[in-house]
Ligand binder design. Structure first.
Ligand code: SF4
Length: 512
């Protein structure tokens, strides 16, 4: 008796699938990578905030577009919540977790209050190993210094590992403007580079993309099969396309997670080993280091390394924790210590502790707003809770809406490995922005009315009674219309039969 043909819907069969498994002339249903999504047209990727010069970024508008793409929103929310849960499991495995957080916080606060001394110590020790140390006041100076080093070596191409500092400095566009090719070596960052997008997360830069989005980007840029979104296929194709560029690069660049003053060494943590490629393949290695990355002693490193990866990805340690001390044999190493607003931030009484941040992303993974709106909706280098307190230090007007993109639930503060009081700083920014008239007119007017009402109990109670009456009797279209932003996404709760105030008066108030 002949074998019956496999019961597979033709829609599920990729036309040219080299991995398909056949038996007796028939294709098997469960062959790995033999299927393609039922929907022939995947959901398009929602793009980030529309940024117009110095105008306030409308995070809510971009978030609404992200939420309107249900596959993306669901995947993003679940993927990040998964990281949060893994972080919790790791945390519960370490009895002294809270002591570690307190210690990390104390080390950072001590270092930040003696920053000049530790930076000079780092510089002296790094120079003693033959490292060239440069100081950059701002992003422009950073880019010019790196350009100068590359020009001195006649370098035309640069491979680099992920660095939020270089994003902050607009480094890639600057290098493109002076004719130097930059190739990202981190897979997520490379995906974002090929798609001409910024990273949406400090640790997982392309976390907002579905596999089908990556397949679309790679088919457009490196010629992969647009119908094949198999992750192994995509990763391998990218590796094949990028390796020759890495091997031929004239210079390499890394960021830095921790710079140790005592030894003049610095540490880069990655999961792909890509920093090691950037540092070791070309003879010229340049490291961009934010001045807040310095820690006093080598023994302090253990505290941060134990916290970083557990907080970031819920893994005990990053796959690679690479220590750099000096140039490789026959090579040259440069370190650029970058301020770019950090000294100014250090002087902000309510916000200086944001400099303790070790960029683990845990606050982003736990934030309900971030998880549902995607990092690119913030229209800034830093997104999520930490972005809400850092971005306004760069430009108060442009990022004036961001501190309002938070529920202030405090979850970010609870998970932060260096104990930054994130939600309190977000709240403090709201006050500062209102005082400096950096909030939109509608929000300002609403807050003025709320302020008047809340300061007059009788007027407040009358307004509540009128609203309850209106909600109970007005037709739906009067309440749910374009003017009611709250009602666009939610149902207004039914008014209670009795307010707490009237209940209190009836049951606990003074009897007349
Ligand atoms: S603020 Fe805290 S939780 Fe958020 S990225 Fe920085 S260190 Fe991590």
């Amino acid at each position: 008796m002949s074998t019956p043909p496999a019961m597979l819907h033709p829609e599920l069969l990729a036309e040219d699938d080299m991995h398909a498994i056949y038996r007796d002339g028939h294709r098997l249903d469960h062959a790995e990578a033999a299927s393609k999504p039922l929907r022939s047209r995947p959901e398009p990727q929602p793009r980030g905030a529309k940024v117009h010069g110095n105008r306030p970024v409308d995070q809510a508008e971009a978030a609404a577009r992200f939420i309107a793409a249900p596959e993306h929103e669901k995947m993003h929310d679940e993927r990040l919540w998964d990281l949060r849960q893994k972080r919790d499991r790791e945390m519960h495995g370490i009895a002294e977790w809270e002591e570690l957080r307190s210690l990390a916080s104390a080390i950072k606060e001590h270092t930040l209050t003696h920053l000049d001394q530790y930076l000079e110590q780092f510089e002296d020790n790094a120079r003693s190993h033959g490292v060239h140390v440069h100081w950059a006041r701002d992003a422009a100076e950073h880019n010019q210094i790196v350009h100068g080093i590359l020009s001195d070596h006649g370098a035309k191409s640069l491979i680099k590992s992920k660095s939020m500092l270089t994003e902050e400095c607009g480094f890639r566009p600057y290098m493109a403007s002076v004719g130097i090719e930059v190739i990202e070596t981190d897979l997520g960052e490379r995906i974002q580079q090929l798609d001409n997008e910024d990273p949406s997360h400090v640790v997982v830069p392309a976390v907002h993309k579905l596999r089908t989005d990556v397949a679309e980007v790679f088919s457009r840029t490196i010629g992969t099969d647009p119908a094949n979104s198999d992750v192994h296929y995509l990763a391998e194709a990218q590796r094949e396309a990028t390796r020759p560029l890495i091997l031929a690069a004239d210079a390499g660049m890394t960021g830095c997670n921790f710079a140790v003053a005592e030894t003049g060494t610095f540490v880069v943590c990655t999961n792909e080993g890509n920093a090691d490629l950037s540092a070791n393949v070309p003879k010229l290695h340049i490291a961009s280091i934010g001045i807040e990355k310095v820690i006093p002693r080598l023994e302090h490193l253990a505290v941060f390394v134990r916290l970083l990866s557990r907080s970031a990805l819920g893994s005990p340690v990053t796959q690679y924790t690479s220590h750099f001390r000096g140039p490789r044999a026959g090579g040259e190493m440069h370190v650029v210590l970058v301020d770019n607003g950090r000294s100014e931030r250090l002087g902000l009484e309510e916000f200086w502790t944001s400099l303790k941040c070790i960029r683990c992303g845990a606050c982003m993974n736990t934030c309900p707003v971030y998880r549902r709106s995607g990092g690119l909706s913030y229209g800034a280098t830093y997104s999520g809770p930490i972005g809400l307190i850092i971005d306004p230090t760069f430009n108060q007007r442009k990022y004036s809406n961001l501190p309002f993109a938070s529920t202030l639930n405090g979850s970010c503060t609870n998970v932060c490995p260096v104990k930054i009081n994130i939600h309190e700083q977000i709240y403090a920014w709201r006050r500062v922005l209102v005082e400096r008239h950096e909030t939109p007119l509608a929000k300002k007017a609403a807050m003025k009315v709320a302020g008047e009402l809340l300061s007059r109990p009788a007027a407040y109670r009358a307004a509540i009674a009128a609203a309850d009456m209106a909600l109970a009797h007005l037709p739906r279209f009067v309440i749910y219309n374009g003017l009611n932003a709250w009602g666009r996404h939610r149902e207004v709760p039914h008014p209670p039969k009795q307010t707490f105030h009237s209940w209190y008066q009836a049951n606990r108030g003074e009897k007349k």
